[in-house]
Design a protein around this ligand. Sequence first.
Ligand code: SAH
Length: 451
Amino acid sequence: MQKDDLIRVTIEDLSSDGLGVGHSDGMAFFIKDTVIGDEVEAKIMKMKKTYGYARMTKLLVPSPDRIEACCPVARQCGGCQIQSMSYPAQLRFKENKVRNNLMRIGKFENPPMEPIIGMDTPFRYRNKAQFPIGYSRDGRRIAGFYAGRTHAIIECEDCLLGAEVNQEILETVLSHMEQFQIEPYEEQTGKGLLRHVMTRVGHSTGEIMVCLIVNGTKLPHEEALITALTRIPGMASITLNTNTEKTNVIMGRKQRLLWGRPYIEDTIGAVRFRISSLSFFQVNPLQTEKLYGKALEYAGLTGEETVWDLYCGIGTISLFLAQRAKKVCGVEIVPAAIEDARKNAALNGFTNAEFFVGKAEEVLPEKYKTEGITADVIVVDPPRKGCEESVLTTMIQMQPKRIVYVSCDSATLARDLKYLCENGYALQKCCPVDMFGNSVHVETVCLLSRK
Ligand code: SAH
């Protein structure tokens, strides 16, 4: 088989970045824009030793799970890799992915899985959006997103994952730009003014934040823009962020409040959070509440426990647990996130939560060695690469009754669970949660108990 050959393939699975995977002549092929169950004709684009990449030339037999993508720019955008797959099929795919990784990598024969927790509808769930501003081919000022890996802007003011109000915000900003001839920022030359518009909407409060990212310190006729934006119901915060660097990083560090408060508020469960334009916050608060609710259930707290929450971010899980624990200690590498965690603890009147800045793999072993810290329950929510071995070995030495593992990558999760289960723990329960409908990502929460 070689480049340009035509092959006939049935799609059996999806790769971690959403490409369809099927076999021909014992070789695996990755084929974009296909759905599990599709039978396609495809042209080989690139061959490697044991696999290749191909492009679909004909959809021979569509999968019964194939649907029409709702978003007209789904293919160009790449943000929603699996919009052409029905939502029930998406959930089945995610549940299987977690189960397969636990079996294949974790060596669990029959993983104790609970059914995946899906969303009511997999659209309009994102509370944050960042739109680059630029020119269309015919010279209009537009907002949208970057096409694939390039920085060409595809016009789109209404991402179906985001809030409907984004469109009104963008129209207001763009018409202000037209009226006063404000130039969008141009990456090649470093000239022009407005780079991005960032929006956040509080899911439970309805409060809206608009942050204008500017290649400079002000915008012409700011007052007029503020007047127009504040007509939008819910507007709570308008800020101007200065970013004059030639960089892909969207936000700069300097910020000026144009109107309202420098933050909005939102809640997850009964816990209130103050979110500034620079702080991290979960993008899908509704599902976050379900995920952390599961983590809380698994933690089995009675009010007497000492809990360590590793990779705690702004303390979302920590504060969720603090409602039912004697004491919660959070560890996180980003200092600004820890500042937010402390502020959020104070805002909610928690006096039983303490936060430490540092790497989990350094803070935990260090504190165990020098202070002999103990825990009844340890919760971890690491980034994709999972836990460092020194975190796992220290957890094992600390002998908590229960470990709750929250993961955004079921492959590294399975690897870490295997290690814990070879060293005195047993996997009790596992529950996948869909936080990012229409994408291939899936979160999982697991309960381990000491044998
Ligand atoms: N539970 C958190 C989010 C966890 S995401 C929340 O709800 O906000 C993973 C977090 O781990 C991120 O905040 C990241 O900054 C942090 N992190 C990454 N590597 C780390 C390390 N080595 N030690 C501690 N924290 C780390």
